[in-house]
Design a protein around this ligand. Structure first.
Ligand SMILES: Cc1cc2nc3c(=O)[nH]c(=O)nc-3n(C[C@H](O)[C@H](O)[C@H](O)COP(=O)(O)O)c2cc1C
Length: 432
């Protein structure tokens, strides 16, 4: 096999995809046309990529495009029967893979896999492979609802080595609107990263997580507002990481600056002001096993926002008065919580992080507090990476070195799951 050298493209610090061997198995769904660009994105992140097309997929997407974008041969059905291969190709490929992206997964390939058939290069590679598999089905909504497909998909949920990614709803190539649309490529990338970070862990299965993300926006007048530079990235990644680990996730979010596809699979509750965020969170609190308050909520708001736009020359005088503090949302949730609920708060700090965070942790009464700097490059608002301190029960303080926000999200979820497990040991999920 070629393509073993160091990645040709620079990737971000600690990118979980860099240098990893990703085997992309593409079966016969029209969603296969999305794969060449996804393969290109993987290669640009430093991954080593090999592609296999099923016989039907060969008619739907260009093997030449895939070979060119992956910088490696794209394997077709006929390649399995080469008289020059010293070892069977499906074994070579299966042993090469560190992780498998099975996308799109057709109804036929799903059935073959679940029933142990190995009658194509793709199917035999899949059976021979011991690496974790991210499986992303795509099909017409009636096919997806068919009892046989439902049964096969249910069966897959219980396999330890598989991260099954439900298709979403939307306009399908058959002109229907409904379930069966392959997960967005941006979400496939996140899920693949997640697989490389924590494997197919499903320790949040059966649990409900409530997450807040993004800034709030407090109006001054119809044309102006008070807000902050939060993008919502940390909260949204926490929500997706929990979903990949089996949780049902409610996301209450202010105006976000992340790829809208990252909201796929989450129950979203968009809000604008701190008051609306508080109402939404309090409405959802009772049903949640845990809460992660990653939103950057405004500290102050106008007691009475102007109903007409203020003239420029009146701004200064008007802004000198008329402010009121926003109630502390985290503290309010802590006061109202059911006894078994675990709560993680965030503290954005400038200057010295730990001393301030200790005082905040004592004041807020949450189970965990993650304090991160916002006055350094590579951490805080709008950054792809973060670092900080996690303060927890029994005065436990853990330093988290700089890393990607998805990796951090997983560490925080593990800490939150620990709190839940300690609190209600009889509810340890049966997940992996
Ligand atoms: C244009 C076209 C689009 C198709 N789209 C899908 C699809 O989205 N999902 C699916 O399960 N099958 C789809 N099929 C049918 C599969 O290609 C067919 O069931 C095939 O046997 C799948 O085999 P494979 O899993 O080995 O690729 C489509 C067929 C055609 C001709």
């Amino acid at each position: 096999m070629r393509n073993e050298g160091p990645p040709a493209f620079p990737s971000g610090p600690g990118d979980p995809l860099a240098g990893r061997r990703v085997l992309v198995l593409i079966s016969g769904s029209i969603a296969a046309v999305k794969l060449p660009l996804l393969v290109s994105a993987l290669v640009q992140r430093g991954a080593l990529v090999r592609c296999v097309l099923s016989p039907s997929a060969e008619g739907l997407v260009s093997a030449v495009a895939l070979a060119s974008l992956s910088r490696a041969p794209c394997h077709l059905e006929a390649d399995q029967w080469s008289h020059q291969a010293p070892r069977p190709l499906h074994i070579e490929l299966a042993e090469w893979a560190e992780v498998v992206l099975l996308a799109p997964l057709s109804a036929t390939s799903l059935a073959r896999w679940v029933h142990g058939l190995a009658d194509t290069l793709l199917a035999s590679t899949l059976l021979a492979c011991e690496a974790p598999v991210l499986a992303a089905p795509a099909m017409n909504s009636a096919m997806w609802a068919a009892p046989a497909v439902r049964r096969n998909w249910r069966e897959l949920q219980s396999w330890e080595r598989v991260l099954p990614l439900e298709p979403g709803s939307g306009l399908l190539a058959c002109d229907r609107v409904g379930d069966g649309r392959m997960a967005d490529p941006a979400v496939l990338l996140l899920a693949l990263e997640s697989l490389l970070l924590v494997g197919c862990r499903r320790d949040w299965r059966g649990r409900r997580l409530l997450v807040s993300a993004g800034p709030t926006r407090e109006p001054l007048d119809p044309a102006r507002c008070l807000t902050n530079p939060s993008t919502g990235r940390m909260g949204v990644l926490l929500a997706q990481a929990a979903r990949f680990r089996g949780a049902t996730v409610d996301l209450v979010h202010g105006p976000l600056a992340v790829d809208p596809a990252w909201l796929e699979g989450l129950q979203v509750h968009p809000v604008d002001t701190a008051a609306a965020m508080q109402a939404a969170l309090e409405g959802l609190q009772a049903g949640a096993d845990a809460i992660a308050m990653a939103a950057a909520v405004a500290d102050h708001r106008r007691s009475a926002p102007e109903t007409a736009k203020l003239a420029k020359q009146d701004l200064e005088a008007c802004l000198a008065t008329g402010w009121e503090p926003v109630p502390d949302l985290l503290a309010a949730l802590v006061r109202r919580r059911p006894p078994a609920q675990a709560i993680l708060g965030f503290a954005a700090q400038s200057g010295e992080v730990l001393q301030e965070a200790r005082a905040k942790f004592a004041r807020k009464g949450c189970d965990l507090l993650f304090a991160n700097p916002i006055d350094r490059p590579g951490a805080g608002f709008a950054s792809a990476t973060n670092d900080g301190w996690l303060l927890g029960p029994g005065s436990r303080e853990r330093r988290f070195e700089a890393g990607g926000k998805l990796a951090l999200a997983h560490r925080l979820l593990s800490a939150l799951a620990e709190v839940l497990t300690l609190r209600i040991p009889d509810r340890v999920p049966a997940g992996r």
